[in-house]
Design a protein around this ligand. Structure first.
Ligand SMILES: Cc1cc2nc3c(=O)[nH]c(=O)nc-3n(C[C@H](O)[C@H](O)[C@H](O)COP(=O)(O)O)c2cc1C
Length: 243
């Protein structure tokens, strides 16, 4: 175990922050750490919008499903998959971008996710805490209008950051042997029973005994319902994922 691994294994999402502001120096370090992530073919297909405007913060908190931390966190960043810069590179070279490929959509989405995780880890290494906000995709059209996000760019998730004013218990993750398969995919490698017991204990502790939940119950509830069915049409409208 070294310090980096210890930091990674100490992660928990933080949704309550002190009033202490985040300095510009720290912000730039976070963004530079994000931009240091590996990137598909050096494309760097991401942009990050820092939302300062109080009214817009309030509106974004509503649009993300009334997540108060979106309005209250000292720093709120919106991570966008961005192929607009690549399109501009084509214009610069008098070429036309062959846009709309699913592969480009994947490249940009993977790129921004890698950068964002780097950002959160960098922030955590400086004593900050944060949480991803996938709720930004609840109303992606309204978010794009509010933040003037053009075609070939889409908001993938937000991120609240600040100095922690809570220390939640860590959520127990899948054990390594349930994630790691040897040589080939093993369908029967899922000891859900044991993992359910671990998660159940976590929820019992966190709720002083009032929440009786398991991982399979939570996840099966989630994936047995339609999930943001507007996303397909939204992505097509923004110029992503059409071929
Ligand atoms: C892409 C993504 C989107 C997320 N969206 C939200 C969100 O909208 N609101 C929220 O409170 N947490 C959100 N989370 C945080 C997860 O709920 C959290 O990471 C997960 O439950 C594990 O808990 P932990 O991060 O404390 O270990 C999101 C996490 C990811 C990676």
């Amino acid at each position: 175990m070294n310090q980096v691994i210890a930091l990674l294994k100490n992660h928990r999402s933080i949704r309550k922050y002190t009033q202490e502001p985040i300095s510009d120096e720290i912000l730039i370090n976070i963004i530079e750490a994000a931009g240091s992530a590996a990137t598909s073919n050096f494309i760097q297909a991401y942009s990050v919008i820092r939302v300062i405007d109080k009214q817009n913060r309030k509106k974004l908190a509503e649009l993300t499903g009334n997540q108060t931390w979106v309005e209250e966190s000292p720093l709120f960043l919106v991570f966008c998959a961005d192929l607009k810069r690549a399109e501009n590179a084509c214009l610069f070279e008098n070429k036309e971008m062959a846009s709309g490929y699913t592969e480009q959509f994947l490249i940009a989405t993977v790129d921004v996710a890698l950068a964002a995780e780097n950002a959160l880890v960098a922030a955590e290494s400086m004593g900050l805490g944060g949480v991803f906000i996938g709720g930004i995709r609840n109303n992606p059209d309204a978010v794009c209008e509010l933040l003037k996000i053009p075609n070939q760019v889409y908001p993938v998730f937000g991120m609240c950051l600040g100095y922690p004013d809570e220390k939640p218990e860590q959520k127990p993750r899948l054990p390594a042997q349930m994630i790691l398969h040897e040589d080939y995919y093993h369908e029967n490698q899922t000891d859900l029973e044991t993992y359910n017991k671990t998660c159940s204990k976590y929820y019992q502790n966190r709720s002083s005994g009032s929440r009786d939940d398991t991982w399979t119950r939570q996840i099966s509830d989630m994936v047995s319902k339609p999930m943001r069915p507007h996303m397909k049409a939204f992505l097509k409208k923004k110029g992503f994922d059409t071929k």
